[in-house]
Design a protein around this ligand. Structure first.
Ligand code: ADP
Ligand code: MG
Length: 435
């Protein structure tokens, strides 16, 4: 237990125990580099690929640094969605459960839960660590249920999504209510330019640790592409879903309407399916996440609400009902599988208008394998038939065309060939009769 490679971080014994109990012996690179920096009190920007262990990179030093003599909020951890906040909170609990006495208190504060009850509980005791969504946390500060004026550590997880979802102002407001001497920890897979004003405002000479990925996505993901051709998309999706027979799969759609449509059809087809999108009630979202985590369902149909940050154990397959408008989301979506070195298969169904997007993903280093359904199996197709799998920089334009060609031209070509053949046979018969 004590010879864990985590022990040189000089963390409290119960934390080492908790990590060992989860079977982790080696810190990931981002953990390796960030844990000491956070403990030394530095502002930190942690940027690394999804699935690289950012959560523990901040949870371990945070828990370690809590002063239990003070019954006040010492750290606030924010995440853009309730699901993500809940996930972080559960990770935190796994650590706290190993305390000899439950001296460090943590609370999950997210929207969609009973606010009055939350306020009542907070009146009785203030937690040391708060995990939540920025909106609800601010709300509780405004209601004077949560005291943050002395809180000196703020974590912003999935900062780029916070920005996209318009929550960065909430985070800004929260930060302005906290202690002046604020240690800020920002985590994200990407640090977009638009985030810079916020970073400049709050970060004092931060340590920016960027673990650059060698590959666009984890090397253990296989990416397959299926051309829809003239088939029904929902039927193909269901067929793929059945063939891959996953432990747990997420089927991503671009809209909630599609998500409902696909989920309904899968249900009708007798598959064990759940759905997750922004159109559902908070209670429904919570229920489905519980079912997912308990592996009560085999398929989750979801919008990109579930694409970022979510670390669900046992996702073996991702099926993309369509290619996301924002290509970064392809990376986010497939990143829900093949986490922490495990393997995963991503199957994307595409149509002709999506071929440019595919080309772009290939340029980013996604190595697609073309595939199709045959006799109840996913078979690999020959590369030449479907155009360049590895676009060479100069020929990308033409390889894009090569990709497009077979589907557009081939059916016509076949028809024409058949037509010519028939014409020839007719003519031959006519000639024969004449003879
Ligand atoms: P990120 O936030 O970078 O996307 P997570 O913190 O969600 O990644 O971690 C991804 C997965 O890796 C989780 O299932 C987590 O339990 C696991 N993990 C974290 N640290 C380690 C480690 N040191 N060794 C092995 N697995 C780890
Ligand atoms: Mg994360």
């Amino acid at each position: 237990m004590t010879n864990s490679n985590f022990s040189r971080f000089d963390l409290q014994a119960f934390l080492i125990e908790a990590i060992t109990a989860q079977g982790f012996s080696l810190p990931t690179e981002i953990q390796e580099r960030l844990i000491p920096a956070i403990r030394s009190g530095k502002d930190v920007i942690g940027q690394s690929q999804t699935g690289s262990g950012k959560t523990l990179a901040f949870l371990l030093p945070i828990v370690d640094m809590i002063n239990t003599d003070k019954a006040e909020v010492q750290t606030i951890i924010t995440a853009p969605t309730r699901e993500l906040a809940t996930q972080i909170f559960n990770e935190l609990k796994k650590l706290l459960d190993h305390q000899e006495e439950q001296t460090i208190q943590a609370k999950l504060l997210v929207g969609g839960t009973d606010r009055t009850r939350m306020i009542d509980k907070l009146e009785k005791a203030q937690p040391h660590i708060v995990v939540g969504t920025p909106g609800r946390i601010n709300d509780l500060v405004s209601a004077q249920a949560l005291g943050v004026q002395n809180t000196s550590m703020l974590v912003v997880d999935e900062a780029d999504q916070m920005l996209d979802m318009g929550f960065i102002e909430d985070v800004d407001k929260l930060a302005s209510r906290m202690a002046v001497e604020l240690q800020m920890l920002i985590f994200s897979a990407t640090i977009p330019e638009k985030l810079q004003p916020f970073l400049r405002k709050y970060m004092n000479n931060p340590r920016h640790v960027h673990v650059k990925p060698e590959h666009a996505t984890a090397p253990t993901i296989e990416h397959r592409l299926i051309s829809l051709r003239h088939r029904n998309k929902i039927e193909v999706t269901i067929e793929v879903a059945k063939i891959v027979n996953p432990y747990l799969a997420i089927i991503f759609t671009n809209t909630k309407e599609q998500a409902d449509e696909v989920a309904d059809a899968m249900q009708t087809a007798g598959l064990n399916v759940g759905r997750l999108h922004g159109g559902l009630q908070a209670r429904e979202r919570k229920q489905i996440m519980k079912q997912v985590n308990d592996v009560k369902i085999q398929y989750l149909v979801a919008t990109d609400l579930a694409a970022r940050g979510m670390d669900i154990k046992g996702i073996t397959h991702i099926i993309n009902y369509n290619i996301p408008k924002d290509l970064d989301f392809y990376i986010h979506r497939v990143g829900r599988t093949a986490r922490a070195g495990k393997e995963g298969l991503a199957v994307t169904i595409y149509e002709p208008q999506e071929q440019e997007a595919i080309e772009k993903l290939m340029k980013r280093g996604i190595n697609f394998i073309f595939a199709d359904i045959k006799n109840g199996e996913l078979i690999k197709l020959e590369k030449p038939k479907f155009g360049g799998n590895k676009p060479k920089s100069k020929s990308t334009v033409s390889s894009g065309k090569a990709l497009a060609k077979p589907k557009k031209v081939k059916p016509g070509y076949k028809k024409k060939a058949r037509y010519l053949q028939e014409k020839k046979e007719k003519r031959d018969r006519r000639l024969n009769r004449k003879k």
